[in-house]
Design a protein. Structure first.
Lengths: 228, 444
């Protein structure tokens, strides 16, 4: 395991060294200490390596991640795992706004709460939040899954496309064109697999409700103008 | 015998002109606003009302075809390890695959490469055709993030964070369902055939402090190799340029209201934003006030048509210009040879702007296989290269006449204005006077 102390090594050097693992990884396990809330820690990683960040990070940690398993042992600032392509990002604390924004693949697990706009414009990523999520989460969400074990704030899934939302707690309000949908057997199976992948045990899929697009705004119609 | 008034000539209202009346009827019939492509069509103060003061006794000219007049431009010298080197100060603006056909994108890449300049992706990601044919490719980072991925980010030669564009500053986009082919849908992670909204704001940052952090992230992902541009629509150019510089931009792209869009509301295009002429001097002023003029490069766009426009933009302080509509015309857009088909679509060559409908007879703004096949990317690329070369020769012609051996040696003192409005906006004297409206006596 290689340990990088961000109080002694520059962020640029850390990210550069992580990027070098793309061409034949020779160091499979990395530990980052003293992240000091820095922004853009472990961004653009493109190798099946493990990165453990000991402490809280600022904006965009693990942005555009591919293949790597990145764990933040602390909380994450805005835009954690933004535009993630694959791999896994795990936050042991809370996450700020825009967690998993525009993510295209991989799994983001947040042990605590996520703030507003969690999963905004998501494009294939799977997000599992064990706590609550804030308002306008899954805004314009295109595809992928957002699983929330706690409650969801206002305007969940506003202008949603084909992403699937599963919420166990309450939903303060649904956004435009987002509706509750039937939990059919395939959805229980899907959700069960997501929970297992995220390490969630002892939670029944029957305790969740499913939300998704009513698909009424997919083609512009002036009679729907009041919805905007 | 009764008296009869002599007849008067029927008089139409200047306020309710034919176009206005037709728009009222159209709105009443359809219940939806008019959506179209292109930029502002209304007449706005533009480069036409600027003239160059050629050399005479007080300045001497350079010999055409003999004395060198350089046109090379370097972009992204502030932070990027690998700045962009262009042979000419004219770049190709961002236009999406989706709005344009793959052949059209390929043709833009071919033409730009032949002329030694860059082309730019758009709101649909990077296609292999485009990357393959573009020696220098700028990758747009847009609010929708359609197709965004780190591999293409690293394949790009520069990254352009799009905050806004001149045709619709503050607005998002809409690609209507009829243009969403399987390939377009796949690149955007959306179902085929549905309208695709492009967001008006970025999903994971708001404001200049966040933008600074976003730029840092993109630099970290690309190991500080690529220049990072910030593109803004012309509205408050002084403050927006200053904030882009503060946020860490290497290059600022400033787009006026004549700049085109693939599709948005007519009311938006014609009534929001500023003409590019009104934007350049405040933008340059912001750079100068921050001691960043020529350190952060300024690219301006919106209504650039010929070498004179380029020269005038450079004289007002820009480092380069960008063209979109003019490039499409060079490829074959709105060509009168398709007049019968334009007529069938209820329009005429030169006025066709329903690019969002995907029925372009020229095969450029379409995803229809039959229409697309009409555009030969090799021949169209050649036409674009020819056009870019002509523009460059025109710039050089004017530069030499003004005594400049590099196009960046143009200065506002090379210009005068024919109208009060243009004199005030360009901050150059009214022709034949030393008066710069709003700026005291000015003077040479």
């Amino acid at each position: 395991m290689r340990t990088v102390d961000l109080s002694k090594t520059s962020l640029r050097e850390l990210n550069h060294d992580l990027h070098r693992q793309s061409s034949g990884a020779n160091e499979m396990h990395w530990e980052v200490i003293n992240p000091m809330g820095l922004h853009a820690v472990a961004v653009g990683v493109d190798a099946p390596i493990q990165v453990d960040i000991r402490g809280s990070v600022g904006y965009y940690c693990a942005g555009m991640n591919k293949h790597a398993t990145i764990t933040v042992h602390g909380s994450a600032g805005p835009g954690v795992a933004e535009n993630m392509m694959s791999g896994k990002v795990h936050i042991t604390g809370d996450a700020s706004q825009y967690a998993g924004a525009t993510g295209r693949g991989g799994l983001l697990v947040i042990e605590g709460n996520a703030s507003s706009r969690c999963g905004v414009s998501m494009k294939g990523i799977d997000i599992v939040v064990k706590g609550n999520i804030g308002h306008m989460s899954a805004f314009m969400a295109q595809s992928g899954h957002l699983v929330v074990l706690g409650d969801a704030g206002d305007a969940l899934g506003d202008s949603i496309y084909e992403a699937k939302l599963f919420v166990r707690g309450s939903v303060k309000s649904l956004g435009t064109d987002c509706v509750e949908k039937e939990m059919r057997p395939e959805h229980h199976k899907e959700l069960s697999e997501l929970l297992a992948h995220a390490g969630v045990e002892d939670v029944k899929t029957t305790s969740f409700k499913r939300y998704g697009s009513a698909r009424k705004l997919y083609t512009f119609n002036v009679d729907n103008a009041d919805a905007y | 015998m009764s008296y009869q008034n002599p007849p008067t000539t029927p008089r139409k209202s200047a306020t309710f002109d034919d176009y206005t009346l037709s728009e009222i009827r159209r709105a009443a019939q359809t219940g939806i606003y008019d959506i179209r492509g292109g930029g502002a069509k209304r007449k706005v103060p533009h480069f036409d009302d600027l003239l160059f003061l050629g050399a005479s006794i007080s300045r001497y000219p350079l010999e055409g075809y003999r004395e060198k007049c350089s046109t090379a431009v370097t972009l992204g010298t502030r932070y990027a390890k690998k700045p962009i080197e262009l042979k000419i100060p004219i770049t190709i603006a961002g236009m999406s695959f989706g709005a344009l056909s793959a052949h059209a994108k390929e043709a833009l890449g071919r033409g730009a490469t032949m002329a030694g300049t860059s082309t730019t992706t758009g709101d649909g990601g990077m296609t292999p055709e485009e990357r393959g044919q573009s020696q220098t490719l700028v990758y747009q980072y847009l609010p929708s993030r359609y197709g965004m991925n780190p591999d293409d980010l690293r394949k790009a030669d520069a990254i352009e964070i799009v905050v806004g564009q001149g045709a619709k500053p503050g607005g998002g986009g809409m690609l209507l369902g009829q243009k969403i082919s399987d390939r377009v849908a796949d690149m955007r992670n959306l179902p085929k055939g549905i309208d695709q909204r492009s967001a008006c704001r970025h999903p994971d940052w708001t404001g200049p402090d966040d933008l600074e952090i976003k730029i840092q992230e993109l630099r970290e992902i690309t190991d500080w190799q690529k220049p990072i541009y910030v593109k803004i629509g012309g509205t408050r150019p002084y403050y927006d340029v200053a904030l882009a510089v503060k946020s860490g931009a290497d290059v600022v792209v400033l787009d006026g209201m004549q700049g085109g869009t693939a599709a948005t509301q007519e009311v938006f295009i014609e009534n929001v934003g500023l003409p590019i002429l009104a934007c350049i001097r405040p933008a340059v002023q912001a750079l100068q006030d921050l001691n960043m003029h020529r350190k952060v490069q300024l690219i301006v766009s919106g209504g650039i048509r010929n070498g004179a426009d380029v020269a005038k933009a450079l004289a007002l302080g820009a480092d380069a210009v960008s063209i979109g509509i003019a490039a499409l015309v060079a490829l074959g857009d709105n060509d009168p040879k398709h007049e019968a088909e334009y007529q069938a679509l209820g329009t005429t060559a030169g006025a066709y702007d329903d690019w969002h409908e995907g029925k372009d007879p020229a095969g450029i703004t379409t995803q229809d296989p039959e229409l697309m096949s009409r555009l030969d990317p090799v021949k169209a690329g050649r036409r674009l290269a020819n056009y870019l070369k002509v523009m460059t020769l025109e710039v050089q012609t004017i530069a030499r006449a003004c005594g400049h051996n590099h196009v960046h040696n143009f200065e506002p003192e090379d210009l005068c204005a024919l109208t009060l409005e243009v004199a005030a906006m360009a901050r150059v004297p009214l022709a034949g006077t030393s008066w710069i409206p709003g700026h005291g006596t000015g003077g040479f």
